[in-house]
Design a protein around this ligand. Structure first.
Ligand code: 5GP
Length: 180
């Protein structure tokens, strides 16, 4: 086991199976349509790469990156766009892909912002959700797994930019938590 890593929450195999199920649902729901998949950087890039390769629809990808004002450990909900989409989403079917929904404040901001650009539709796909921490009313249309209030790393999720490349999802070891 890698140093700093605690209990494994989802193995690589479980993740890959769940991603295939989500992609099948998305493929079915959007039959006959073309979609723009918008990834929220940086955490979503690995999930998004796996997901889009399983979605059997014509699609294009784009990315958005936001930064939170305030402390790095607490989401203030006040965010600014540091990298905007490259293309217009007007009249397009947009699927936003996020790694994890925590307070929901980031996705709430991004959804409002994207809706103001008049897409034909906007849905959210998140791999993990911590519903007990929710502060903003976010509807996740496609969800991988709900998790309790623990700090998850791996499969795109970082701790101080480390652990993103792990193919599984684990919690941080207690000694890393203390440093947090
Ligand atoms: P929210 O605005 O929903 O509170 O913030 C969501 C963002 O916080 C995620 O995109 C992610 O960057 C970060 N985050 C929330 N919970 C976790 C977690 O358990 N592990 C990691 N690595 N990041 C998290």
């Amino acid at each position: 086991m890698l140093k700093g890593i605690g209990k494994v929450l989802f193995t690589e195999e479980a993740i890959q199976n769940r991603v295939k199920e989500l992609a099948a649902e998305i493929t079915e729901d959007y039959q006959g349509k073309e979609i723009i998949v918008v990834g929220i950087l940086t955490g979503a890039f690995i999930f998004m790469a796996d997901l889009i390769r399983e979605i059997k629809l014509p699609l294009t990808v784009d990315f958005i990156d936001v930064a939170s004002y305030g402390s790095s450990t607490y989401s203030s909900g006040v965010v600014r766009i540091v990298k905007d989409l490259e293309k217009s989403i007007e009249n397009a079917h947009v699927l936003v892909v996020e790694d994890i929904v925590d307070t929901g404040l980031t996705l709430n901001y991004i959804s409002q912002n994207l809706l103001s650009r008049h897409p034909a539709s906007l849905k959210i796909c998140a791999f993990l959700d911590k519903p007990s921490r929710r502060q903003a009313p976010i509807k996740v249309d496609y969800l991988g797994y709900k998790i309790p209030d623990e700090f998850a790393v791996g499969y795109g999720l970082d701790f101080a930019e480390k652990y993103r490349s792990l193919p599984y999802i684990a919690v941080l070891a207690p000694e890393e938590y203390i440093k947090r």
